[in-house]
Structures are given as structure tokens and as C-alpha cells.
Design a protein around this ligand. Structure first.
Ligand SMILES: [Zn+2]
Length: 120
């Protein structure tokens, strides 16, 4: 298991789990079909999760337009870099847009706000 994954992939996994949770919550609602109030509550809650995941997917779309498209030096495929350091979506090759970080060991802390502020 890779310790890190590309950010866009991470958010995508999050959106997918939101849909999953939404369906589970709706499924729980079926057990309360004796009580229309509880069932409606769970159905609405499930719908909220699914709507939220749609929002996250929309957010991924926005992020993708901001991400820089690069050719991965390792596998030669087009991938997107978000922030200062990110990972190839296909082969998990660490990539950086910052020349000063080149050759350094991949560390997600380079993306933290304090680091970004000192750079900007
Ligand atoms: Zn790659």
C-alpha cells in the first residue's frame, strides 16, 4: 500500500465513499419503515450525502482545471500536479513543480500552508 496517493485521486475516493455512506444511510432507513418520520429522516440524510458527493465531484472538476498537467518522467503518461508536490496518478512517482525540492524525498508536508506562505 502506498503511503501517499495523488490528491485528485484522494478526493475522488472521498466522493465515492460519500455516495457509499449515503446509500448505507438510506438502507438503514428501510429498517424504520414502520415509522414514516424516521424513514424520511434517513432518506433525506442519505440524499444529503449523495448531494454532497456531487458537490465534491464538482470541486474535483474545478481543481483539475487549476492543476498543472505534466508528463510523468517515470511512466510517460499525462498526469496532473496539484500544489507544490503531488504524485503521478498512474505510477505514484513523486512529482514537484518546485526546483528547490527536486531530488528531495517526497513529503506531503511541503504542501502545508506555512510552507506555501513562506514560498509565496
Ligand atoms: Zn507516472
Amino acid at each position: 500500500m502506498a503511503k501517499y496517493s495523488s490528491k485528485i485521486n484522494k478526493i475522488r475516493t472521498f466522493a465515492l465513499s460519500l455516495i457509499f455512506v449515503g446509500f448505507i444511510v438510506m438502507y438503514i432507513g428501510i429498517f424504520f419503515r414502520e415509522s414514516p418520520v424516521l424513514m424520511t429522516f434517513f432518506m433525506l440524510l442519505g440524499t444529503i450525502f449523495i448531494v454532497a458527493s456531487t458537490g465534491v465531484y464538482f470541486w474535483i472538476g474545478l481543481l483539475s482545471t487549476k492543476a498543472v498537467q505534466v508528463v510523468c518522467p517515470s511512466c510517460g503518461k499525462y498526469t496532473k500536479v496539484l500544489g507544490r508536490v503531488d504524485m503521478c496518478m498512474y505510477c505514484k512517482e513523486p512529482l514537484t513543480l518546485d526546483k528547490t525540492l527536486e531530488g528531495k524525498e517526497f513529503d506531503e508536508k511541503y504542501n502545508r500552508k506555512s510552507q506555501q506562505n513562506s514560498a509565496n
